[in-house]
Structures are given as structure tokens and as C-alpha cells.
Design a binder for this molecule. Structure first.
Ligand code: IPM
Ligand code: MG
Length: 357
């Protein structure tokens, strides 16, 4: 229980709309829970900042974030700035600088939301994808030479380290152990990629020995997409590389009904630095300012933030409120409804206010 310092970085597109909604909901929770309060510092970093200053955040950005208990992040990306600049200028430096090596992506079909999978509803799909978040295909190693010449060369090197793989594997096995089914699926592509991916498989088998009560299996990433679509109930906790899990989590979001509800947490499990919580959806310029952005992903990631801070009661209360509101059909257009961001936010706040205990 406590008073937390939260750094809000709403950034681009629908980020500010959903983060504002998220902060309102947190405010409502703090009125409802004894001993839970927070103060917000808001940072105006992102694409507008870039247009003014030529960088996505100030040089001492990480230093300024350090003293916070958590980071609440909106979305980055702008139509007029290359994506690799917005990404490598803000989100990745925070993830890598704070060694948030575990990216946690829960997926469920929420009540009231329909899955594109025929005859599947809540209970048929309940997954947590653990994405390795510090190395692999996003290591930033590589380069280009002979630019624009016929002999131009570009390399994009995936880096896998024993330390990096072992720590994400331990995180994934522990998380699987904490869930009722105690099952982990380890995803690689070790038939085609003989070095890094074979090492993943070996380290998975080694770490599995430390968790005799967790059952586990292995999947190649291509076959995994088929299993997710055809046998969603056979999966529970999933661990994969940075890029594989990026792709699988979009598929997971789509199968659960909408990317608009999918949350993510960038966690430093050792708690040396603040962890960062964000909706998976991007800046969504097509609907920015229209007031119809789905705030559910941001509310759900607020649940992850509360859980990480140890505010389990508040987290459970928010998740329950969210599910009640979805089940009642207060849904934005991306999930088949006609409600606005405001409507959903108000309904969740009201649900928090009237909830028991
Ligand atoms: C995600 C996103 C990002 C990623 C994009 C915005 C670069 O797709 O969080 O899944 O690939 O990491
Ligand atoms: Mg993605």
C-alpha cells in the first residue's frame, strides 16, 4: 500500500486520449481503496517534441524517469516521421535503458467482445505471451554499407545471449507456475535457425528442470500460428523471442476480438528501474481526436501496473469493473459497439464506485 510516483508519457495519436482516461480511472480507484494514492508527472515527449527539438525526448530523459515507481505510456508514431525514428527515439531506449527485459502480454476474450474464431468465447482463449524484450532481433546490431549502390549490403543481426535467454525463460516458467494450468509453450524456429534458436531450446530444457510442477511443450513459430487459431484452448503461457512474440501478440489480439483491448507491460523483474505499462495498439491517426479510441487496453495495462506495484485489490477491482462494463455492451466501434471513449470511461468509473468491499 502506498503513494506512488507515476510518470505519464501520453505521446502521439490516441495516446493522450487513452492515457487521460486511464488516469481518471486510477483516480477513481484511489478514492475507493484505502491507502492507495499516486502523483503524476506528465512528460510531453513524442513526435511533437521531435518536431520542435529534433529528438523524441531530452538527453537526460531516462534520468528524469528514474525516480518514478512506474511509467504509463500511450503510443508513438506519426505519419510524417519514419517509424524507426519514433521507436528508437523513445520507447526502445526506455525498454533497453531500464532493462525491462520481460514484456508481458495477457490475452483473453472479454465478455461482450466477440472473437473472429467461430463458436469461441470467454474461457476458450486465456493466454499470457512473454516476449523477450532486451535482445534478439531488436538488439540494434547491424549496419549498411555502399548505400544506394548496386552492391549495397545491410545486416540486421539477432543477438541471443545465454544470460538473456535464461532470465526470460525463468520469468516465463515462474509466471506459468503462478497460473492455474501451469503450462508453458516455448516458441522458436530451431529447424531453420541453427544457432540462437537451438540455444533457446537447450536453455528451455535446462530451466524446465527447476520447475518440475510446470508442464511445457515446444512449437515452431509458423506452426504456432495454426495452433493459436485452431486450438486456442490448448495454450496458456507462451514465451518467444522479441520478434516472434511481436507477431504472435498481434495475432492474439485479433483472435481475442480487437487490438483495442490488448495491454502490455515492460517489466524489470529485478525492480532496479521503473517498469513501463502501455496499450499494444499504436497511435491510430485515423481515429485520433474523434473520441472513439478504445480505452480498455489502457485500463487493462493499468491493472498490470497496479499488480506490479503490489496493489492487488485495486487491480482486481479495476479488472472486474472492466469486464462488467464490456459484458453490459458499453463498447467502442472497434469491438462492435457505438460507445465513445468517454462513455466507457464513465461506465468503468461508476462500476468502481458501486463495487463491493
Ligand atoms: C509492439 C509494437 C512495436 C514493436 C512497434 C510499434 C515497433 O508493434 O509493441 O508490439 O514491434 O515492438
Ligand atoms: Mg507489435
Amino acid at each position: 500500500m502506498g503513494n506512488y510516483r507515476i510518470a505519464a508519457i501520453p505521446a502521439d495519436g490516441i495516446g493522450p486520449e487513452t492515457i487521460d482516461a486511464g488516469l481518471e480511472v486510477l483516480e477513481a480507484l484511489s478514492r475507493r481503496e484505502t491507502d492507495f494514492s499516486f502523483v503524476v508527472s506528465r512528460f510531453d515527449w513524442g513526435s511533437d517534441y521531435y518536431r520542435k527539438h529534433g529528438s523524441m525526448m531530452p538527453a537526460d530523459g531516462l534520468e528524469r524517469l528514474k525516480s518514478h515507481d512506474a511509467i504509463f505510456f500511450g503510443a508513438v508514431g506519426a505519419p510524417d516521421i519514419p517509424d524507426h525514428i519514433t521507436l528508437w527515439g523513445l520507447r526502445l531506449p526506455i525498454c533497453q535503458g531500464f532493462d525491462q527485459y520481460a514484456n508481458v502480454r495477457p490475452t483473453r476474450i472479454l465478455p461482450g467482445v466477440s472473437s473472429p474464431l467461430r463458436d469461441r468465447g470467454p474461457g476458450d482463449l486465456d493466454w499470457v505471451i512473454i516476449r523477450e524484450n532486451s535482445e534478439g532481433e531488436y538488439s540494434g546490431h547491424g549496419g549498411r554499407s555502399h548505400k544506394s549502390m548496386p552492391e549495397e549490403v545491410a545486416t540486421e543481426v539477432a543477438v541471443f545471449t545465454r544470460a538473456g535467454v535464461a532470465r526470460i525463460m525463468r520469468y516465463a516458467f515462474s509466471l506459468a507456475q503462478s497460473r492455474p494450468r501451469r503450462h508453458l509453450t516455448v516458441v522458436t524456429k530451431s529447424n531453420a535457425q541453427r544457432f540462437g534458436m537451438v540455444m533457446w531450446d537447450e536453455i528451455a530444457a535446462e530451466v524446465a528442470e527447476e520447475y518440475p510442477d510446470v508442464s511445457w511443450d515446444r512449437m515452431l513459430v509458423d506452426a504456432m500460428t495454426v495452433r493459436m487459431a485452431l486450438r486456442p484452448e490448448s495454450l496458456d503461457t507462451i514465451v518467444a523471442t522479441n520478434l516472434h512474440a511481436d507477431i504472435l501478440s498481434d495475432l492474439a489480439g485479433a483472435l481475442s476480438g480487437s487490438l483495442g483491448v490488448a495491454p502490455t507491460a515492460n517489466i524489470d523483474p529485478e525492480r532496479r528501474f521503473p517498469s513501463m505499462f502501455e496499450p499494444i495498439h499504436g497511435s491510430a491517426f485515423d481515429i485520433t481526436g474523434k473520441g472513439i479510441a478504445n480505452p480498455v487496453a489502457t485500463f487493462w495495462t493499468a491493472c498490470q501496473m497496479l499488480e506490479h506495484l503490489g496493489e492487488v485489490a485495486a487491480s482486481t477491482r479495476l479488472m472486474a469493473a472492466l469486464e462488467t462494463v464490456c459484458a453490459a455492451g458499453v463498447l467502442t466501434p472497434d469491438v462492435g459497439g457505438t460507445a465513445t471513449t468517454r462513455d466507457v470511461t464513465r461506465a468503468v468509473i461508476e462500476e468502481i464506485r458501486v463495487s463491493n468491499a
